[in-house]
Write a protein of this length. Structure first.
Length: 151
């Protein structure tokens, strides 16, 4: 029971935070002017700014996250794809590290599976209402590039 509480209260929000940090880190590498990343939903509870990066923490930490990056001269298509892929890659890396320790505790096993799930789920192209998955963004950018190449 304690492992499940740790999972919901700490592991899920931390995994989401690291996923969004993956996007933010890559946007930073590509010299984004502003980077916002949001963890949770509901009322904003905390806000922190570190250089060009702004972190917004909301009440319901386990309810997802989103990163938004802005650049005066728009990101190149290659940069957009790499920024989108960085979130799932961070979760994949975390899952790979945790795999080696997953026999230690239920909380570590849950963390491994959740990070693996986040990595795989976000690579698939899908839309839910107005929110696009990382995979959807990649396919959208690649299709646009392909159409431009044909013209």
């Amino acid at each position: 029971m304690i492992s499940y509480m740790i999972f919901i209260l700490f592991i899920v929000p931390l995994s989401i935070l690291l996923h969004e940090f993956g996007h933010a880190f890559m946007a930073y590498v590509f010299k984004a002017d502003f980077i916002h990343f949001f963890v949770g939903s509901g009322k904003e509870r905390a806000y922190m700014q570190v250089g060009r990066m702004r972190i917004h923490i909301h009440t319901l930490l386990f309810m997802g996250g989103v990163s938004v990056s802005e650049k005066e001269n728009d990101f190149k298509d290659r940069e957009k794809v790499l920024i989108s892929v960085a979130g799932p890659l961070f979760n994949g890396l975390i899952a790979w590290i945790l795999f080696h320790y997953s026999h230690d505790s239920m909380a570590v096993r849950l963390s491994f599976w959740f990070n693996l799930w986040l990595a795989i789920l976000n690579i698939f192209p899908f839309r839910f209402k107005k929110k696009k998955s990382d995979g959807y963004i990649c396919v959208e950018v690649l299709m646009k590039s392909f159409k431009n190449w044909l013209n």
